[in-house]
Design a protein around this ligand. Structure first.
Ligand code: 6PG
Length: 485
C-alpha cells in the first residue's frame, strides 16, 4: 500500500462529506473513514466516485494511506465522540503527526486534548469551521488554533479550500487564530453572534408581521431591499428566500407551518456562560439564548397567554395612525444599530478572552475570516476590519468613528421601535438589550451609587466615594432619618 494521501478525514456526516469533496476538487488526495463503515461504502459509490478519495474500513487502514507527517481531521460530534475517536486514532500516530478537530468543541476540551497529546509528541489543532453544507462544499470559513507547529502543514490545504474574499477573491477566510483553544473560542463567538443576528432578524419579522400585519410577499420585498444596503448578509438573504417558500403539502407559506420552538446545541449558551465568567456584558447573545429557551416552552406560553393580559386595543389604535413605510425603515435602523452593538459585545468578549489566555488575537483578521464562507458573513465585517486597521487597540467597536456615526444616525428609528414594541406588547429582547447596552455604556453616571449604598447597608460591603480615595462603610441604621409616625 502506498502512503499517498494528503489528509485523512474521520466522520462522514454532512460537514465531513462536503469537506472531503471540497479538498478533492482542489487536488488533494483524501482518505476517509466512518465508524459506521456502510457510510464509507455509500460515499465511495456515490458523491466520491471518480474523485481522489480513498475509502477505508478501519482507522488503521486510514493511517496507512497517509503521507508523513500524517494529518488526520476529525469531523465528529463534539464531546465524548471526539475523545473516543482520539483514543482510537492517537495510538496509531507517531510523534510529529497532526490531529485536527473540525467540530464545534468546547475550547477547554481542546486545551485539555492539546496537553494530553503533546505528551506523546502529537500536534493537535482545534479548528472552528463554519458555513454549513454549502460552505463546507464550496468554501467555508476556517478558524484554526492549537499547536502552532502544525499550522504550516495544514495551511496549504485549509487556505486552498476556504472561501475567498477581497476585490480579487484571493484572501482566504482562514488564518491562524492562536494557541490553545483559540480557534474553537473564536468559532464559539461566531456562533454566539449568529444567535444574536438570528434573534434580531426574528424580532424585526415579528414587528413587521405581528405589528404592521405584513404578508410574506411584502416581507420578501423588504428583506430583498435590506440585503442591498448596510444589512447585506447571508442571514438576511436566506430570510428573504424563506418568505418565498410554499409548503408543497398544504400550499401555505412553509414558514407559517413551522412550530415556534427553537432548538440549540449549546455554543450560544457557552458564549454567555463565559461572558459572565469574564465579566463582559455580552447581553444581546444572552438574551438570544434565553429567547430560544422561552420559545421552546410552547405549552407553558400557551397556558400563560390565556391568563396574562397585554395592552388592550393598542395594536388596532397604533395601526390606524402609523405610517407603515416610516415604521419599516425604523425597524431597519433598529436592526442595524442593534447588530453593531452585538458585534461590539462579541469583539469585547474576544478581547477579554484573548487577554486572559494570552492568545494575542488579531481582530481584523477574525473579521475577514467571517467576511465569507460562514453563517454570519456580511459586507459589514469589512467595516469591522477597517475599524481595527484604524486602531488595533480599539476598546469597543462603538467608539470607532464609522460605527459611532452609524449608530448615531440610526438611533431615532431604534428608539421608536423599542418604545413602540413595549407599547404594543411585542417582545424584542435583543433589540431592547442592545439599546440598553448602548445607553448604559455611554452613561458617565449610572444609578449604582444607590446599589452600593444598599450593599453597604445590609452587608457592610463598603463603597468608594466620589470625593476621596479609599473604601468606606457607614452605620446606615444610626444615620438614617427615623420614619415619620
Ligand atoms: C456554522 C453554524 C454551525 C451550526 C450551529 C447551529 O457556523 O456553520 O454555526 O456550527 O449550524 O451549530 O447551532 P444551533 O443548533 O445551536 O443553532
Amino acid at each position: 500500500m502506498t502512503s499517498q494521501c494528503d489528509i485523512g478525514l474521520i466522520g462522514l456526516a454532512v460537514m465531513g462529506r462536503n469537506l472531503v469533496l471540497n479538498m478533492a476538487d482542489h487536488g488533494f488526495q483524501v482518505a476517509v473513514f466512518n465508524r459506521t463503515t456502510r457510510k464509507v461504502d455509500e460515499f465511495m459509490a456515490g458523491d466520491a466516485m471518480g474523485k481522489s478519495v480513498v475509502g477505508c474500513q478501519s482507522p488503521e487502514e486510514l493511517v496507512q494511506h497517509l503521507k508523513r507527517p500524517r494529518r488526520v481531521m476529525m469531523m465528529v460530534k463534539a464531546g465524548e465522540p471526539v475523545d473516543r475517536t482520539i483514543r482510537q486514532i492517537a495510538l496509531l500516530l507517531e510523534a510529529g503527526d497532526i490531529l485536527i478537530d473540525g467540530g464545534n468543541s468546547y475550547y477547554q476540551d481542546t486545551e485539555r486534548r492539546i496537553k494530553e497529546l503533546d505528551s506523546r509528541g502529537i500536534l493537535y489543532l482545534g479548528s472552528g469551521i463554519s458555513g454549513g453544507e454549502e460552505g463546507a462544499r464550496h468554501g467555508p470559513s476556517i478558524m484554526p488554533g492549537g499547536s502552532a507547529d502544525a499550522w504550516p502543514h495544514l495551511k496549504p490545504i485549509f487556505q486552498e479550500i476556504a472561501a475567498k474574499v477581497g476585490p480579487n477573491h484571493d484572501i482566504p477566510c482562514c488564518e491562524w487564530v492562536g494557541s490553545g483553544g483559540a480557534g474553537h473560542y473564536v468559532k464559539m463567538i461566531h456562533n454566539g453572534i449568529e444567535y444574536g443576528d438570528m434573534q434580531l432578524i426574528c424580532e424585526a419579522y415579528s414587528l413587521l408581521k405581528d405589528g404592521l400585519g405584513l404578508s410574506n410577499a411584502r416581507l420578501y420585498d423588504i428583506f430583498a431591499q435590506w440585503n442591498k444596503g448596510e444589512l447585506d448578509s447571508y442571514l438576511i438573504e436566506i430570510t428573504r428566500d424563506i418568505f418565498s417558500v410554499i409548503d408543497p403539502e398544504t400550499d401555505h407559506a412553509l414558514v407559517d407551518m413551522i412550530l415556534d420552538k427553537a432548538g440549540q446545541k449549546g455554543t450560544g449558551k457557552w458564549t454567555s456562560q463565559l461572558a459572565l465568567d469574564l465579566g463582559v456584558p455580552t447581553t444581546l447573545i444572552t438574551e438570544a439564548v434565553f429567547a430560544r429557551i422561552l420559545s421552546s416552552q410552547k405549552e407553558k406560553r400557551v397556558r400563560a397567554g390565556r391568563i396574562l393580559a397585554g395592552p388592550h386595543g393598542a395594536l388596532e389604535k397604533w395601526r390606524e395612525s402609523v405610517d407603515p413605510e416610516q415604521f419599516i425603515d425604523a425597524v431597519r435602523q433598529a436592526l442595524y444599530a442593534s447588530k453593531i452593538c452585538s458585534y461590539a459585545q462579541g469583539f469585547s468578549q474576544l478581547q477579554a478572552a484573548s487577554g486572559e489566555n494570552s492568545w494575542e488575537l488579531n481582530y481584523g483578521e477574525i473579521a475577514m475570516m467571517w467576511r465569507g464562507g460562514c453563517i454570519i458573513r456580511a459586507a459589514f465585517l469589512e467595516r469591522i476590519k477597517e475599524a481595527f486597521d484604524r486602531d488595533a487597540g480599539l476598546e469597543n467597536l462603538l467608539l470607532d468613528p464609522y460605527f459611532k456615526q452609524a449608530v448615531a444616525s440610526n438611533q431615532d428609528g431604534w428608539r421608536q421601535v423599542v418604545a413602540t414594541a413595549a407599547g404594543l406588547g411585542i417582545p424584542t429582547p435583543a433589540v431592547s438589550a442592545a439599546l440598553n447596552y448602548y445607553d448604559g455604556y455611554r452613561s458617565e453616571r449610572l444609578p449604582h451609587n444607590l446599589l452600593q449604598a444598599q450593599r453597604d447597608y445590609f452587608g457592610a460591603h463598603t463603597y468608594e466615594r466620589i470625593d476621596r480615595d479609599g473604601s468606606f462603610h457607614s452605620d446606615w441604621i444610626r444615620l438614617r432619618r427615623e420614619p415619620q409616625k
